[in-house]
Design a protein around this ligand. Structure first.
Ligand code: TXA
Ligand code: MG
Length: 333
């Protein structure tokens, strides 16, 4: 069965019907595509793990359309309101204490649950029309590059997913920021499009982030899915900082290779003139570079290259999220 559908209202109705009766559906979000299941259908939740080949120890994010809905899912602390007023709907996931109605399969037996209110208009319409709450991990096989188009989902899963709703190219192309509000100090577990600085400003305190605690032995316990290796292409991936670093690494490697630059620079001209490179954002825009990162990794992974060289971003704003994904992707075993 062919899995693509357009955004006509009939299709949305069909998606709502499928999700309501416990089927899984791939849906667009503003971050990356998700593989969605109704949180009250245990079999559908189990199916998400099976299709993705994801371990049950890695908990899922619940996607909601309203704060009223959240009341039956989690205990709501005062601090949540300032964050939801500012960032929801949008790419911020918040970890809260869970309520008993939430399945242990979703939370990997933890007493917390991850929640976010996505902003993609098609997904919002599905959530609202069906009054649904959807558990949705990124729609990639576990460990592989996250999907930013409906086509990426189809390439990975084909007909294993009965329905893929095409909502266009993902706006951010990087997964949501994950913020833990159940720790003593609010802590960023996964950097994303909403930055630490923006959250600091709203909470009026200094939030911690996972990287700062990476030596802590309890780190894996805090967010089991944030593995050192993830998002990886099959092709060897080497990161570089600046043209000198690239030249040194380039010389040492053999075979067909390509360099990915985030933005144009006069220094990269040699590579550009020889057609040995890809430019993520010709306009030098970091949001655009972030939106293209996973997509270009997928594209290059299909080109029979021996090595992909990828430029690291400067470590601020969305660049932190880009570097986080790249460093995990390059951590190939
Ligand atoms: O942008 C996104 O968040 C996308 C779209 C589809 O919404 N979803 C996504 O889901 O990235 P996933 O499953 O690929 O990543 C969820 C991350 C994992 O690292 C998981 O371990 C963490 O969130 N997580 C989920 N529940 C948690 C919890 N209760 N405590 C700590 N970490 C949790
Ligand atoms: Mg994922």
């Amino acid at each position: 069965m062919k899995s693509f559908f357009t955004s006509k209202s009939n299709d949305l109705k069909r998606v709502v019907a499928l999700l309501s009766k416990g089927e899984i559906v791939a849906v667009p979000t503003e971050t990356v595509y998700g593989l969605a299941a109704n949180i009250f259908h245990e079999d559908a939740i189990a199916q998400l793990f099976k299709v993705k080949n994801r371990p049950f120890s890695d908990p899922l994010i619940v996607h909601i359309h309203s704060l009223e809905q959240l009341q039956s899912i989690a205990y709501i602390p005062e601090t949540l309101h300032a964050l939801s007023d500012k960032f929801w709907p949008g790419p911020l996931t918040i970890i809260l204490q869970k309520k008993p109605s939430i399945s242990d399969k979703i939370t990997a037996n933890k007493n917390t649950v991850a929640v976010r209110m996505p902003s993609h208009p098609l997904l919002r319409e599905i959530l609202q029309t069906g009054d649904l709450a959807l558990a949705a991990p990124s729609a990639n096989p576990f460990g592989y590059i996250s999907p930013t188009t409906a086509n990426h989902v189809y390439e990975s899963f084909g007909n294993k997913v009965p329905y893929i709703l095409d909502g266009g190219k993902a706006e951010f192309g990087l997964e949501s920021t994950v913020l833990n509000l159940t720790s003593d100090v609010p802590t960023i577990l996964r950097p994303g499009p909403i930055t630490k600085k923006e959250i600091n400003e709203i909470l009026n305190c200094t939030v911690h982030d996972n990287a700062e605690n990476s030596n802590s032995s309890s780190n894996n316990e805090i967010s089991p899915g944030l593995l050192p290796q993830h998002y990886s292409p099959n092709t060897k991936l080497i990161l570089f900082k600046g043209i000198r670093d690239l030249e040194a690494k380039w010389e040492k490697s053999t075979g067909k290779k390509i360099a990915v630059f985030l933005k144009p620079s006069s220094e990269s001209m040699t590579f550009r003139s020889k057609n040995l490179c890809v430019l993520l954002s010709p306009a030098g825009n970091i949001k655009e570079a972030g939106a293209e990162t996973f997509s270009i990794l997928r594209q290059l992974d299909q080109q029979d290259l021996s090595t992909i060289f990828f430029e690291e971003s400067s470590d601020n704003g969305i660049g932190i999220a880009i570097n986080d994904r790249l460093s995990r992707a390059a951590n190939q075993t």
